[in-house]
Design a protein around this ligand. Structure first.
Ligand code: NAP
Length: 262
């Protein structure tokens, strides 16, 4: 038996409770999961908040264990890549939406969903980085895959004080990029500089509707914001630049033209 936060649908309400669950139920809920993990830590993501409060239709099957990520130690595995005692981390893959997630003492998942943790990173540290940090790293890797180098020019991060943005600032700076942080919270500028930002721009200079083509300014960008901000970023990207768009804090719309892409 293990403890889990269980979400149940009662009439039209989402009801959350901590329950003792038989491990056999994990096998039934895990959709062919071949690795059983003892969960040490999970983050409380915004999406989890939406699921637990029932404020958005995040949960697709009921009952559900929320938690879009976890870090823990393998208890048993029928997959050759993992053995008991291995430290692992899991982000996304529909956890907490279509199959049971990380807000439980145990989780059963397919080996493909897991990443082995390096020996020098604890499960606690992995979840301090969380899915926000993981997303930021995927963005930086995407920019590097598109050939953006540290000598190409300034890299903009929008929503820089947020979870993803602040990790993106820190990772980019550590890798040697000159990072410009866009924020609506200038009172946090000192913290952003501590993380490695070379300069700060005021969020409002990017978030209003702008011209379809603007002065070429950014070698690349990590955009957490979407909407007019993403449109303005694309319009002021240098020739050959790239944007890793990972968020919609300002809006899901993308009111842009094809001009910067031509
Ligand atoms: N966290 C994750 O695991 C994750 C994973 C994948 C995708 N995402 C997406 O990435 C985005 C950022 O996630 P997050 O966890 O970093 O959220 P967050 O901590 O709430 O940060 C979002 C940031 O966006 C800026 N912002 C908020 N409202 C804005 C507006 N109306 N106009 C312009 N900027 C605005 C703010 O930055 P300033 O205060 O600096 O202005 C805020 O701190 C979200 O859309 C999320 O869905 C998140």
């Amino acid at each position: 038996m293990f403890k889990a936060l269980i979400l149940e649908k009662q009439d039209d309400r989402t009801v959350a409770s901590i329950q003792l669950i038989d491990e056999a139920r994990l096998a039934a809920s895990a959709d062919g999961g071949d690795v059983l993990v003892r969960v040490d830590f999970s983050t409380l993501n915004y999406k989890d908040g939406l699921a637990i409060t029932g404020k958005a239709p995040v949960v697709r099957t009921w009952p559900m264990v929320p938690g879009i990520d976890f870090a823990g130690v393998v208890e048993s595995s029928s997959h050759p890549d993992y053995k008991p005692g291995d430290k692992v981390v899991m982000n996304g893959w529909g956890a907490g939406e279509t199959h049971w997630g990380g807000l439980a003492q145990k989780a059963r998942v397919p080996a493909d969903h897991l990443i082995a943790l390096p020996a020098n990173i604890t499960t606690r540290q992995a979840m301090a980085v969380g899915t926000a940090g993981y997303t930021a790293m995927l963005c930086v890797q995407a920019l590097e895959k598109h050939g953006i180098g540290t000598n190409d020019g300034d890299v903009l991060v929008t929503g820089a004080n947020g979870g993803v943005g602040s990790f993106a600032v820190a990772i980019l700076a550590k890798r040697g990029y000159r990072v410009i942080a866009s924020t609506g919270r200038p009172e946090e500028a000192a913290r952003l500089r501590e993380l490695g930002a070379a300069d700060i721009v005021e969020r409002a200079t990017l978030s209003e509707p702008g011209k379809p083509l603007q002065k070429e300014r950014w070698a690349a960008a990590v955009d957490c914001v979407g909407s007019h901000t993403l449109a303005n970023v694309c319009a002021s990207l240098r020739y050959g630049g790239a944007v890793a768009a990972c968020g919609l804090a300002q809006g899901m719309d993308f009111p842009a033209t094809v001009a910067p892409f031509i």
